[in-house]
Design a protein around this ligand. Structure first.
Ligand code: IDP
Ligand code: MG
Length: 139
């Protein structure tokens, strides 16, 4: 069965005009794009998506940031795509994310209480299945 991961291009990526640049990196790596949609996240979607972070200091600003404008949800496919996209994305903190990664090349620290780091990628098969169902419930 084809491996799938859930990628979000966060509102900072959309606002900065980086949808194309980010999708191009996924395509250039050779992964497929199975679904892709520009959406305004609902509070329910974000609460489900980030349930593991509820109670952490960055959770309230994270949810606020993710609802501040439209985001792109997409499903990328291919062998090893879960780990592979995490590798393309780079570390969470854009200051230390390696050059060559999405966060390292295109992101920076803006001095806010949440890191605006352009993308989300599922971190396991279980997360991917759970997250794809949140953003593409009809899939
Ligand atoms: P990940 O997106 O690299 O998987 P997670 O630990 O799952 O990182 O955190 C979810 C999101 O919450 C991050 O992408 C980032 O936007 C934000 N975040 C995580 N840790 C911190 C922090 O220590 N300070 C500020 N924002 C954070
Ligand atoms: Mg995460």
């Amino acid at each position: 069965m084809t491996e799938r991961t859930l990628v979000l291009i966060k509102p900072d990526g959309v606002e900065r005009g980086l949808i194309g640049a980010i999708v191009a990196r996924i395509e250039a790596k050779g992964y497929g794009i199975e679904r892709l949609e520009l959406v305004q996240a609902t509070g329910d979607q974000l609460a489900a998506h980030y349930a593991e972070h509820e109670g952490k200091p960055f959770y309230p600003p994270l949810v606020e940031f993710m609802a501040a404008g439209p985001l792109v949800a997409l499903v990328a496919t291919g062998h090893g795509v879960i780990q592979g996209f995490r590798s393309l994305a780079g570390q969470t903190d854009p200051t230390t994310a390696a050059p060559g990664t999405i966060r390292g090349d295109l992101g920076r620290d803006w001095g806010l209480n949440v890191q605006k780091n352009l993308v989300h990628g599922s971190d396991s098969e279980e997360s991917a299945a759970r997250e794809i169902a949140i953003w593409f419930p009809e899939a």
